[in-house]
Design a protein around this ligand. Structure first.
Ligand code: SAM
Ligand code: FES
Length: 345
């Protein structure tokens, strides 16, 4: 049996076997067999449902300097903004009326939002929307902070590991940022009972097949409930401005592999995928993804949450985004649902 067949049968491979598999990603037969197995699994667990998450990008201030990121602190040309608690609650109100039952609060690591301020925002959302899931995506914090946010009412946490290779991690981040700390955060979040999302960029500068193999080994070990992957896209104000973007095809191949590895995972068809290809998100759903994350941020701030060049959906109102995605999801035979969409355990 070849490695693709072995993955489909065992839902796991060794590092060397992943390398073997990934070296063949351009083989249309291999890609097709993985895609079919992935779609079969997603239908077995989720039918034709696609869950939707309302993304609220509430600050683009960040104390970190990740080399690939358009809102890193070193970008002096970024126009900074923060949303007040009232503005965040307004986004939730609009979102709730549109059928969103998960709110994702995402931002840079912004010291303005102290633990107490953050907890107060979470409590306000929890009080107003007891039936909704609250997802945080605000970077690396202490165990105590994560615990406080959980007690305030947060349910889920997205923290991409970015790459499971120390070597590549150091090429993408300044020396003060450590992969070991990021991984520790993910384990802390799991132990506190959060539904956890890890993930990585595909085609980040310097990424080799071996690095991707390490990502897959790490995902199997961590067993996250959610996995966010998307192509790396250069931003003109970073040192990677002239690097090539990641491949859409390889991202789709990896989505299928991850669906097989973690059959019940919640896998978004990301905005980065939609930025690289006008049908990127539809293709993501056809490769095994089962989540979309339309933007609920105020239109006046959307362009400022500028992680990479040419980011899509920066001009539309929340309702337009929702309608657009509903049509896109339906065009590939799936159904956008108004449910919390918790992980199946
Ligand atoms: N600060 C939080 C954190 O560190 O998890 C959340 C915000 S961060 C901007 C969200 C994700 O954006 C990162 O995990 C990274 O994978 C992605 N991202 C940043 N720059 C990118 C780029 N140039 N291309 C594609 N994705 C990028
Ligand atoms: Fe902090 Fe990108 S460097 S969000």
């Amino acid at each position: 049996m070849d490695v693709a067949g072995k993955l489909i049968q065992n839902h796991e491979l060794s590092r060397e076997e992943y390398i073997d598999l990934l070296e063949n990603w351009k083989n249309p037969e291999t890609a097709k067999s993985l895609r079919e197995a992935a779609v079969k699994l997603r239908k077995q667990y989720y039918g034709d449902k696609v869950y939707t998450r309302g993304l609220i990008e509430f600050t683009n201030y960040c104390k970190n300097n990740c080399y690939y990121c358009g809102i890193r602190r070193g970008n002096v040309h970024a126009e900074r903004y923060r949303l007040s608690r009232e503005e965040i609650l307004d986004c939730c109100e609009k979102g709730y009326a549109l059928g969103f039952r998960t709110f994702v609060l995402q931002g840079g690591e912004d010291p303005y939002y102290t633990d107490e301020r953050m907890a107060e925002i979470i409590r306000s959302i929890r009080r107003a929307y007891p039936d909704c899931a609250i997802t945080l995506s605000i970077g690396e914090k202490s165990y105590e902070s994560y615990k406080l946010f959980k007690e305030a009412g947060a349910n889920r946490y997205l923290l991409r590991h970015e790459t499971a290779s120390d070597e590549l991690y150091q090429q993408l981040h300044p020396a003060e940022m450590l992969l070991s700390h990021r991984k520790q955060c993910l384990y802390d979040l799991k132990s506190l009972g959060y539904q956890v999302g890890a993930g990585f960029m595909v085609g980040s500068p310097g990424q080799k097949t071996e690095h991707l193999a390490e990502d897959l080994v790490f995902l199997k070990e961590l067993q996250p409930q959610m996995v966010g992957i998307g192509p790396f896209i250069p931003h003109h104000e970073t040192k990677f401005a002239n690097e090539a973007a990641g491949s859409v095809e390889l991202t789709l191949f990896l989505l299928s592999v991850i669906r097989i590895l973690l059959p019940k995972a919640l896998l978004p068809a990301t905005t980065a995928l939609g930025t690289m290809d006008p049908r990127g998100r539809e293709k993501g759903l056809e490769a095994g993804a089962n989540v979309v994350m339309p933007n609920l941020s105020p239109v006046k701030n959307r362009r400022q949450y500028d992680l990479y060049d040419n980011k899509i959906c920066t001009g539309e109102e929340a309702a337009e985004c929702r309608g657009c995605l509903e049509r896109r999801v339906a065009s590939v035979g799936y159904r956008l649902v108004a449910e919390r969409g918790d992980a199946l355990v």
